[in-house]
Design a protein around this ligand. Structure first.
Ligand code: AMP
Length: 355
């Protein structure tokens, strides 16, 4: 168990790091963040924040010397950055990042562990794209294998005719068949250093243009019927990776069972409701796990949960939400610029308390 007063290093400077740091402070830890120049909103919640490039080895070794444990809030931290740190500082193996950073890797990894991804093909050229369209058909989605998020780096192909307007972007991609589903849901688990695994309830997740907009509980019969199978896959993957901390897997609930979409080796937007809605939040349990503390309960505390993201300009008047009935819980991330499609905050509404 890491004693209070120890220092947690967080790689990445976004809202996930900010909320993680707030939980770390609550448990008596100090936090140092590390990220390249940018709108690093985690910095306000960290005692110190190192602004340096991911390959700045001098800055990294100085950062490492000041940390007792290091975690990440961003799955695209370069593997070289993590490899440059003393591995004893990392409770969670970097292999988890390696798998999740590449959509081809993560789909193959999930399939190897018994999961069912959408039909997919690797695309390294325009000819591969043609071949993938022939083999898998339309509708489908072409996605960059790496670095995509919130629907960026994705091109939907509704019909063969439309495919002619979608061009191979010059980097390795994956072409996926479009999955017909009833609901999207995520499995969020926390795994301790000793291998204890706990799950939060799975929300139904709504997306717009590839970006999460809302997470809801109850998630509906279809999700509830499939969550057991999805959890089994998530636990198998966590065990195989020797994972420590919070891990998220996203699924489509289809007529034929859960289809694996992707994994995030970190806390997740669809788990923000756990701050008010669960016995212990994803952020606190992540900190507990990486520090070797006893994990907290993950039970849902309310009959219903409704978490909505506040995106772009909607943040400008967000404090007005506080006047609405039902005691909404507002979280703003302190981002400087309310750009279109940018997650600026979220609001969680809860129903009656469960006894
Ligand atoms: P991703 O970045 O892979 O999570 O994709 C973002 C969102 O796009 C997903 O949450 C879905 O709403 C949608 N999407 C992505 N891939 C597929 C697919 N193969 N079939 C249907 N919808 C998809």
């Amino acid at each position: 168990m890491l004693p209070a007063g120890s220092t947690i290093g967080i790689l990445g400077g976004g809202q996930l790091g900010r909320m993680m740091a707030m939980s770390a402070l609550q448990l008596g830890y100090k936090v140092i963040g590390f990220a390249p120049e940018g709108d690093n909103v985690a910095a306000e919640a960290c005692g110190d924040f190192v602004t340096a490039d991911w390959d700045d080895t001098a800055a990294l070794s100085d950062f490492a010397a000041r940390c007792d444990v290091v975690t990440w809030e961003f799955e695209n931290v370069p593997l070289g950055t993590v490899a440059a740190l003393p591995q004893t500082l990392l409770p969670c193996p970097a292999r988890a990042l390696e798998v999740a950073q590449d959509r081809l890797n993560e789909k193959a990894f999930a399939a190897d562990h018994g999961g069912t991804p959408a039909p997919y093909a690797r695309v390294d050229s325009a000819a591969d794209f043609e071949a993938a369209l022939t083999r898998i058909g339309t509708p489908g989605i072409l996605k960059t294998a790496r670095d995509g998020y919130d629907g960026k780096g994705q091109w939907r192909v509704r019909s063969s005719l439309e495919a002619s307007g979608v061009h191979f972007p010059g980097v390795t991609c994956i072409y996926e068949g479009f999955v017909t589903y009833e609901t999207e849901f995520s499995v969020i688990l926390v795994r301790s250093i000793s291998g204890d695994v706990r799950f939060w309830d799975s929300t139904a997740n709504l997306h717009d243009g590839g970006m999460l907009t809302q997470s809801l509980l109850p998630a509906g019969d279809r999700v509830e019927a499939q969550v057991g199978e999805a959890r089994a896959l998530a636990a198998k993957i966590a065990d195989a990776l020797g994972y420590v901390g919070v891990l998220t897997l996203e699924f489509f609930a289809t007529r034929d069972g859960p289809v694996f979409n992707e994994m995030a080796p970190r806390v997740h937007n669809s788990g923000h409701w756990t701050i008010e809605g669960a016995a212990t939040s994803q952020f606190e349990n992540h900190i507990r796990a990486i520090c070797g503390l006893p994990l907290g309960g993950t039970a849902t505390r309310f009959e219903s949960i409704d978490m909505r993201n506040i995106v772009g300009d909607d943040a400008l008047n967000a404090h007005a939400i506080l006047a609405e009935p039902g005691e909404p819980h507002l979280h703003l991330y302190g981002k400087r610029e309310a750009r279109e499609g940018r997650k600026m905050g979220h609001v969680t509404r809860v129903g009656h308390a469960l006894r």
